[in-house]
Design a protein around this ligand. Structure first.
Ligand SMILES: [Zn+2]
Length: 257
């Protein structure tokens, strides 16, 4: 479990220390097709317990998290890089649900679904913050709230809430099982101009999320000139060969994990 400095910040927006991948683990959701949730990686410990419980609650009560199957999923947790320098993704304490459905800065969630989310947030006693409550709406995004960190770890409040969840509160964690062996993550294909389909949709969503300042692509599954131009910019900024072709190095530069 190691910490780091990201974009000059030792802590992310909610007060948690910036961390490396080794401080995180993958969330598994009982009853979900977990191969589509491979990037749902969050900070280990009480944070993982509470974030896992929230993901399970959402999956059961709001909408499935493994809806998107054209690529390998659009649910994202911890990330090494982010366009927002103090993003809570960098500390493994924020994650995005069904990101393709909920583009950043737009409000697209139906009223009934929002009401359901609010109901859940109340049950989670202010431990979870929803990105829809920012002026720049981020309806896909949930995170540990401010006040859930203390020093380099969890606050007493979060630890107490995690214990209660593990003891059966809300019936989310007790007695749940997930498949012990998970399918291997799907290898990303090489993509170039002219390609289309689910993998391109996934790429476009990833680019818009990771490089929001200059990637504002229509997530339409068509790899046209606009997508190529963003890919070239990513390559230029990552000191890669600027060829507009998305191979393993470019996938990595785009934050694929
Ligand atoms: Zn997010």
């Amino acid at each position: 479990m190691t910490f780091r400095t990201a974009y000059g910040n030792t802590r992310s927006e909610n007060g948690w220390r910036m961390c490396n991948r080794d401080a995180c683990e993958r969330i598994l959701i009982p009853g979900a097709d977990n191969q589509f949730l491979a990037a749902l990686i969050v900070r280990s410990g009480p944070s993982e317990v509470v974030l896992r419980a929230w993901a399970i609650w959402y999956h059961r009560n709001v909408e499935r998290l493994d809806l998107y199957k054209a690529g390998v999923g659009d649910d994202w947790g911890w990330s090494l890089v982010n366009d927002v320098g103090d993003s809570n993704h960098l500390s493994g304490t924020g994650y995005d649900f069904n990101a393709v459905q909920y583009p950043w800065k737009l409000r697209t969630m139906p009223a009934g679904r929002k009401q359901k989310v609010r109901e859940g947030l109340r049950l989670f006693e202010d431990n979870i913050f929803w990105g829809a409550d920012w002026a720049r709406a981020d309806e896909m995004h949930y995170q540990l709230n401010k006040g859930t960190a203390s020093g380099d770890g969890a606050s007493a409040k979060l630890i107490e809430f995690a214990r209660r969840l593990e003891a059966g509160y809300l019936g989310l964690l007790a007695g749940t099982t997930v498949p012990p062996v998970l399918p291997k993550p799907v290898a990303r294909p090489t993509l170039r101009r002219g390609d289309s389909g689910g993998e391109v949709t996934y790429l476009q969503g990833l680019l818009n999320r990771m490089f929001a300042s200059y990637s504002k692509l229509a997530v339409d599954g068509d790899f046209g000139p606009a997508t190529e131009s963003v890919v070239r910019e990513v390559q230029r900024r990552s000191n890669l060969a600027v060829d507009g072709v998305v191979g393993p190095d470019t996938w990595r530069a785009a934050g694929q994990r």
